[in-house]
Design a protein around this ligand. Structure first.
Ligand code: NAD
Length: 518
């Protein structure tokens, strides 16, 4: 069974927490073993609700990172030849173990990231769905074949692994994002290096313990830690063939360019500014409820959070009701029962959020619900920002042009659905959007004319399940292969493709697979 102690040294239960006197370190995971880093550079990780030190995260040394790649490269030689059934079995066991320990994972996520326990369980669940999906590798990995492409000639194509792949993760979904990455890499015969966010690596480390428990061979997945140096290492190392990145545009564009320049496949999921359009014919209560959940839930630190509401026509009159609903949300530490909005990740993030609200107000926006000076009595040192609503927001305001990534909803008024769509289509980001309406015609018009990757109709956070792709478009995504799979059921990313064309005289031999007739 897992022990949270081995991960971060803190004693946790739902209601209280105590911090170890000796600050524990986060370990590396190389060749199936948890190793203490020999680095001299450490990143302090604080509980966002208290700002007490939880763990020290190493900036892995060059030698340690090379060892991780060496381990992944060696493991690849045998792992690529493992049977699909062997890989599936590991995933089947892994999903059971994750399910068993979901609450332990959630406790760690809440401690390091700050989100509510319920949100933290959701974080794990969304990753778990990818693990479950990867259990279908036997179907997903099937190639294509066609008889008689020419006289006496058939053609077969296989999906083959690439080799060592790498994942670079953001802080906001400490379990889900690593689980977007290594399970599919693993089940398709690749090996993997994961670099979790230096701000909350604990869930990844717990997942590594689980991989050991279910018998995943050493070296198939390795974990290194750090910030820029480790990212540069991944972008440059010749034995790393592909990079999965999720995070901000600053990092993602840099990683895409540097990795691609080095000939790697890169998929880069980046920032967002997600708009919801509210038409006056929408179900008012339901819309306001969903809007507030999507804007302020997880303290606005979801890449699919709604950060802009465009109120069309008469729905502008709903602003007092939106404020009233947001005021009901309880801001507190994520492990406290009944909390709706936890702290943001760091004091620096809080400062940045407040600066963007200040700038909006200076530029002409009206702060009709102000969470800047919120006091959470039991946690006076936490990074709390209360739900904040800005009206009269213009497209030129800093609070609109920047991704705030906090519990802030900007409201824009529009006269028509066309005007609302024009605002969204001219925003650089294309991660997610939603419309609230009871008109089928308007919903169809929106779905067909909006230029955003993921679109919801009366669904505020339209995240697809893993049998589809998590998409995003324009400034929110660079690359040509999305996460998990494409809508066509083709394993999107961690596959190499090869085509073998056979021209044999003996028809039986055409069906030779693995050296023997079937
Ligand atoms: P971040 O870009 O700061 O960090 C992500 C990773 O990149 C980390 O592992 C970090 O060590 C590394 N990194 C950070 N700055 C870097 C730099 N300048 N150069 C090289 N590497 C760097 O992102 P974050 O703050 O951890 O996460 C929040 C961001 O992630 C938001 O923009 C959010 O929209 C985005 N996000 C997007 C998706 C999506 O699917 N589109 C999902 C989740 C989060």
């Amino acid at each position: 069974m897992l022990s949270a102690f081995r991960v971060n040294g803190s004693v946790l239960n739902n209601l209280s927490r105590s911090y170890s006197n000796v600050v524990p370190t986060t370990k590396l995971f190389i060749d199936g073993k948890f190793e203490e880093s020999q680095t001299t550079k450490w990143i302090d990780l604080y509980d966002p609700a208290t700002n007490k030190l939880v763990t020290k995260v190493p900036e892995s040394t060059q030698a340690e990172m090379k060892l991780a790649v060496e381990s992944a490269k060696n493991a690849y030689e045998s792992w690529r030849h493992s049977t699909v059934l062997t890989r599936q079995q590991i995933m089947l066991k892994l999903q059971a173990v994750i399910r068993r320990d979901i609450k332990k994972l959630a406790l760690n996520i809440t401690l390091e990231q700050g989100k509510t326990l319920l949100d933290a369980e959701g974080d794990v669940m969304r990753g778990l769905q990818v693990v479950e999906h990867s259990c279908a590798a036997g179907s997903l990995l099937q190639g294509e074949s066609l008889q008689n492409i020419a006289k006496d000639m058939d053609c077969v194509s296989y999906k083959l692994p690439l080799g060592v792949t790498a994942g670079i993760c953001p802080f906001n979904f400490p379990a889900m994002i690593p689980l977007w990455m290594f399970p599919l890499a693993l089940v398709t015969g690749n090996t993997s290096i994961i670099k979790p966010s230096e701000r909350d690596p604990g869930a990844t480390m717990m997942l590594m313990e689980m991989l050991n428990e279910v018998g995943c061979p050493p070296g198939v997945v390795n974990v290194i830690h750090g910030a820029h140096d480790s990212v540069n290492f991944i972008c440059d190392h010749p034995d790393i063939k592909a990079i999965s990145f999720v995070g901000s545009n600053t990092a993602g564009e840099y990683i895409y360019k540097r990795g691609s320049n080095n000939g790697k496949r890169v998929q880069s999921n980046m920032g967002a500014k997600n708009h919801a359009v509210v038409l006056p014919d929408a179900d008012k209560e339901q819309t306001i409820d969903q809007l507030c959940g999507a804007a302020f839930g997880a303290a606005g630190q979801r890449c699919m959070a709604i950060s802009v509401a465009i109120l069309v026509g008469e729905s502008e009159k709903w602003i007092p009701d939106i404020i009233a609903r947001a005021q009901k949300l309880k801001v507190n530490a994520g492990h406290e029962p009944g909390t709706d909005v936890g702290p943001v990740i760091t004091p620096a993030a809080k400062k940045r959020i407040i600066q963007l609200i200040d700038a909006g107000v200076k530029q002409g926006a009206k702060c009709v619900l102000d969470g800047r000076n919120i006091v959470v009595e039991k946690y006076p040192d936490g990074n709390f920002v209360g739900p904040t609503i800005l009206t009269n927001v213009e497209k030129t305001h800093d609070c609109y042009t920047n991704e705030i990534f906090g519990p802030v909803l900007s409201i824009i008024a529009a006269d028509t659905i066309e005007e609302a769509m024009e605002i969204i289509n001219s925003n650089p980001y294309g991660n997610g959007t939603a419309i609230f309406t009871t008109s089928g015609r308007s919903a169809r018009q929106f779905v067909n004319e909006i230029d955003v990757g993921q679109v919801g109709v009366n669904v505020p956070i339209p995240v697809p399940l893993p049998m589809f792709s998590f998409t995003g478009s324009r400034a929110s995504f660079w690359g040509n292969l999305h996460f998990y799979v494409t809508a066509y059921g083709v394993l999107a990313y961690h596959d190499g493709a090869t085509t073998k064309t056979y021209n044999m005289l003996d028809a039986d031999q055409i069906r030779l697979i693995d050296g023997g007739p079937l």
